[in-house]
Structure formats: structure tokens, C-alpha cells
Ligand binder design. Structure first.
Ligand SMILES: Nc1ncnc2c1ncn2[C@@H]1O[C@H](COP(=O)(O)OP(=O)(O)O)[C@@H](O)[C@H]1O
Ligand SMILES: [Mg+2]
Length: 256
């Protein structure tokens, strides 16, 4: 990765958590000010949840910085046991505030695992932080695309399908946003293509590189109704590899 490319990637990837932390801190500040202006004897406003949300975002940002540093040294993505279902839930938590603010309805329909240990069946061997960046970027794009959608019709449908014969898992993220025209379709994955006033236009380019580093594929299809669907296909961990690898979210719960 060239220095310029690394700087652009960091700027793009840190924007989301920084924005989220700013929003959470603003909310906490407003609550504290209200509590100070109108003190209730013996009662503190409940701030724990907001503090936890901000901490989650800061840890996410720290992990991204750490992994980019690792990757520039090793040139290899890490191999950890990543449960994509857990990863999706975690990524949605990081976007909770945005989903709520935009009134997005969420439906999640994940494939049940196959085999005796369902957890193992949906595990991918790869770099959890990189794969989480992909999910967060795709979800963010979907939320952005729905800003033109009437409030009651903003919907995110998240699905997964396991193709045991091909040894792969496919995640789908369908939105009811503005959709993608022919122009966009041709340029979407190119760096610096953006239709947003403040977009950097490198999110999808980063996502595709990260998925290809994992021998996977990233593409989109138009929806029959409104919006479009992004698909991520990744090879499942083979044999007992998943069992031998460190678990992504567990291993990372303490910031290193
Ligand atoms: N879910 C989506 N629905 C409609 N258009 C999308 C979607 N995701 C991406 N796009 C289009 O692809 C462009 C490039 O996306 P991206 O590389 O993430 O950059 P950015 O989000 O900064 O614009 C967006 O500006 C938008 O026009
Ligand atoms: Mg984007």
C-alpha cells in the first residue's frame, strides 16, 4: 500500500467512528447539562449506555489503525476465526445511532448453520477487522442511499446463505434506496467515484480489495422494487481450521 493510499484509506475508515463518537458525546453532554440545570436529589442521569457506545466506536477505530499498521508490515491479512453472523450483528450495533436517526427498519434473515456445531459452519478464516470494515461500509452506503426514500419506506434486509457444495457463505445487504443507474454501475468500484456531496468515493474500492484479499467476491444486483442489493461471497473455513484459529471478537475485546 502506497503512503497516499494508506492516508486515504485511514481518512475514509475513521470518518464513521469519529462521527458516531461525536454524536454520542453531544448527546451525553446535553443530558449532563440538563441534569445540572435541573438537579434531582440523589439521581444521576443514566449515562452508562452512551459511554459504552462511544467506547465501542473508539475501540473499532483503534483496531482499524492497528490492522493497517500490521498489514503494511506483514502484507498478509490475519487469519482468525470470524463468525460472519456475529460480525454482522456487531457492525449493526456500531451503526445503531444512524439506523435509528434515519428510521430504518431492519430485517435479518440469516441461514441456520449446517453440521453439528452451527458456529463452525458459518466461520470464515480471515481478518475480522477487515471484514468488519466491509460490512460497516456497505451498511453505511445503504443508509446513505435511503436518504431520498420516504421515511416509512426505509428498509434494510440482511440475509445469508450457505452453499455447502461450493464451500462458501454469501451475505446480502438489500436497501430501499435510490438504486444504481447504468452510469454508476460502470464506475461504482473505481476510486473517487462518488455521487455524494461529501463522499470520498473510495469505500467500495476498499471493500472490493479487502474481499479479494480473502479470495471472495463483492458485487451488486438491482432490486425488483426500489433500491439494490450488495452481495459478499467468502470461502468458509475448511475442515477443522475454524476450531484451531483464535476467535476474532473474543480475541479483540480488549484493545491491544
Ligand atoms: N447501496 C447503494 N445504493 C445506491 N448507490 C450506491 C450504494 N452504494 C454505493 N452507491 C454509489 O456508489 C458510490 C461510491 O460508493 P463509495 O465507494 O462507498 O463512496 P462514497 O460512499 O464516499 O460515495 C456512491 O457515491 C453511490 O453513488
Ligand atoms: Mg461509501
Amino acid at each position: 500500500m502506497a503512503v497516499g493510499e494508506m492516508a486515504t484509506t485511514l481518512a475514509h475508515e475513521l470518518n464513521q467512528p469519529l462521527g458516531a463518537v461525536t454524536n454520542v458525546l453531544r448527546g451525553l453532554k446535553a443530558r449532563l447539562s440538563a441534569a445540572i440545570a435541573n438537579p434531582q436529589p440523589g439521581a444521576l442521569p443514566p449515562l452508562g449506555q452512551g459511554v459504552q457506545l462511544a467506547l465501542d466506536q473508539v475501540q473499532y477505530a483503534a483496531r482499524i489503525i492497528g490492522r493497517i499498521r500490521d498489514y503494511t508490515q506483514s502484507r498478509q491479512p490475519r487469519r482468525e476465526r470470524v463468525d460472519l453472523h456475529a460480525l454482522l450483528h456487531n457492525s449493526l450495533t456500531l451503526l445503531d445511532w444512524d439506523l435509528g436517526r434515519h428510521g430504518v427498519q431492519l430485517s435479518i434473515d440469516l441461514a441456520a448453520g449446517i453440521g453439528a456445531d452451527s458456529d463452525d459452519a458459518t466461520a470464515v478464516a480471515g481478518d475480522g477487522v477487515m471484514l468488519q470494515q466491509v460490512m460497516v461500509n456497505l451498511l453505511r452506503n445503504a443508509i446513505d442511499a435511503m436518504s431520498v426514500t420516504p421515511a416509512g419506506q426505509r428498509r434494510l434486509d440482511i440475509g445469508s446463505r450457505i452453499d455447502a457444495a461450493a464451500g462458501q457463505i454469501e451475505i446480502t445487504i438489500a436497501d430501499t434506496g435510490c438504486g444504481i443507474g447504468d452510469d454508476g454501475a460502470a464506475q461504482l468500484f473505481m476510486p473517487f467515484y462518488s455521487t455524494k456531496p461529501t463522499g470520498m468515493g473510495i469505500g467500495l474500492n476498499i471493500c472490493r480489495s479487502l474481499i479479494e484479499l480473502h479470495q471472495g467476491r463483492l458485487w451488486f444486483t438491482p432490486n425488483a422494487g426500489r433500491g439494490c442489493t450488495f452481495h459478499v461471497a467468502l470461502p468458509l473455513a475448511q475442515g477443522d481450521e475454524a476450531r484451531r484459529l483464535p476467535r476474532f471478537l473474543d480475541a479483540e475485546s480488549a484493545v491491544s
